[in-house]
Ligand binder design. Structure first.
Ligand SMILES: Nc1ncnc2c1ncn2[C@@H]1O[C@H](COP(=O)(O)OP(=O)(O)OP(=O)(O)O)[C@@H](O)[C@H]1O
Ligand SMILES: [Mg+2]
Length: 453
């Protein structure tokens, strides 16, 4: 650890010398006799600490010059801890200095143990602040597209940071839409491989007979339709990261081949004779319970232990409800093109009350939809598709994708229209009024839903 830098500013030579001998052991020391020298050193060295005699020339009798220098120093680096020194037992000047940003003060004659204690404390605070700033910077830079202040997400962030400096395989688990792919990308982009490729492959979306050649590549003529040699995803990820999404869907026969690859990092293209070694980091994700799949004989236990050297569970959104509004606002900002739309108080209530079975993806979709639909500047629960309890529960029971939501809203509309028509003895004008609609709008809805009166 380098010694902290300290700048001692005093016009009195014997005091400078006294301070020098008192501090030189613990600090990297600089001395200045006036404001001009002090500012020069400050700019060059950016010391953590400054002791500033307020009675400086050309006005050693009052504090005008000292205060001016204080302001200059803090302009150069507001994080520097300036301890002002006054020769005057009247504390008003010191208090003024503190109100301008000085960290602490003490009065002459100098009591060395007291001075040392003050400086030690100030130096500690300075280093804590720096550490905090660095951490904040890292969090913002590394996870700028990932939001979460809940304890559960902070744990996820800290695991991401830990595993990103290693090459161990990571298995990311969590419900659909929780952000597993985003986590995988964060591990890749904060690690040493960030400049190389991140290659995702969805093991559940590719037909079984094609998956092998997608992963391992193939040689020309190795099967009907293989007109040219093609590199597989593993090869494309060389030097970078291979992301095996929905690993639970991988057919057993391919699991064996993947396991072989993970044992020696060698591949052979389909129909090829040459074996070659590749440097690839592997991250896998699943929303399935792999342990259960193992019991059922649908997933190889040996492959599981290869992939799950570290497991990272991304919590469901309902388990980190303090993040929900934060995420909602993040998406609002992301999707608002012009002036940012705002959530109405009832929309905030509705967002907090809903249990988000589709997790972050559902929240993102709902906000995207609301930003498009909302005619006003303010987003209402209805724009979010969270208009009533009926809406919310209709959607909650299913897998809450766009189509179900639309159907739930339509069902509700039909029910409300029918009820209004019955209540108003089939009088369309009155029913429209009850529903808060114009007559033509109600007519068009009757037509749309084929409701007969
Ligand atoms: N913490 C977060 N901050 C910001 N956006 C997020 C966060 N978590 C997830 N998202 C967004 O939510 C969407 C779903 O995330 P992602 O695709 O990573 O989820 P997933 O767990 O892989 O889902 P699935 O299991 O359905 O594949 C993405 O658009 C992603 O950008
Ligand atoms: Mg995914």
């Amino acid at each position: 650890m380098p010694k902290p830098k300290i700048l001692v500013i005093d016009d009195d030579e014997p005091i400078r010398t006294q301070m020098k001998w008192a501090l030189i052991q613990d600090y990297d020391l600089f001395l200045a006799k006036d404001g001009v020298e002090a500012v020069q050193i400050m700019k060059k060295e950016l010391p953590a600490l400054v002791t500033l005699d307020l009675g400086l020339p050309p006005t050693p009798e009052d504090t005008a010059e000292g205060i001016r220098v204080l302001e200059q120093l803090l302009d150069i680096d507001p994080s520097t801890k300036v301890i002002v020194v006054t020769g005057n037992p009247d504390k008003s000047a010191a208090l003024k200095a503190i109100s301008l940003g000085a960290h602490d003060f003490f009065t002459k004659p100098i009591d060395l143990p007291e001075l040392k204690a003050i400086l030690k404390r100030a130096s500690y605070v300075h280093s804590l602040e720096k550490e905090c700033q660095n951490l904040q910077k890292q969090v913002h830079q590394q996870f700028s597209d990932m939001v979460g202040s809940s304890g559960r997400m902070q744990e996820v962030f800290s695991t991401i940071k830990k595993v990103s400096t290693t090459d161990v395989p990571v298995l990311i688990t969590g419900e659909s839409g929780t952000g597993k792919e985003l986590v995988a990308r964060a591990i890749h982009s904060t690690g040493a491989r960030c400049a190389r490729a991140f290659v995702p492959i969805n093991c559940g979306a590719i037909p079984e007979n094609l998956l092998e050649s997608e992963l391992f590549g193939h040689e020309k003529g190795s099967f009907t339709g293989a007109h040219a040699q093609r590199k597989g995803k593993i090869e494309l990820a060389a030097g970078g990261t291979l992301f095996l999404d929905e690993i639970g869907e991988m057919p057993l026969q391919l699991q064996v081949k993947l396991l072989r690859f993970l044992q020696d990092f060698k591949i052979e293209r389909v129909g090829g004779r040459e074996t070659f070694e590749l440097d690839v980091r592997v991250i896998a994700a699943t929303n399935k319970d792999l342990k259960k799949l193992i019991e059922e004989g649908r997933f190889r236990e040996d492959l599981y232990y290869r992939l799950a050297v570290v497991t990272l569970d991304v919590p469901a959104l309902r388990e980190r409800s303090s993040d929900t509004l934060l995420l909602a606002r993040f998406f609002l900002q992301k999707f608002s093109t012009n002036a940012q739309k705002k959530l109405s108080p009832r929309a905030i209530e509705a967002i907090n009350a809903y249990n988000w079975p589709g997790n972050v993806r559902e929240l993102e979709n709902k906000i995207r939809r609301a930003v498009t639909l909302a005619e006003e500047h303010i987003i209402t629960p209805f724009d979010l598709g969270l208009g009533t309890d009926a809406d919310a529960s209709a959607e909650g029971g299913q897998d809450a994708q766009g189509l179900n939501l639309k159907k739930a809203v339509e069902d509700l509309e039909v029910r409300l229209i029918q009820a209004a028509i019955l209540k108003n003895d089939r009088n369309i004008s009155k029913a429209a009024e009850d529903l808060g609609l114009s007559r033509p709008t109600l007519y068009s809805l009757l037509k749309k839903y084929a409701i007969t009166i």
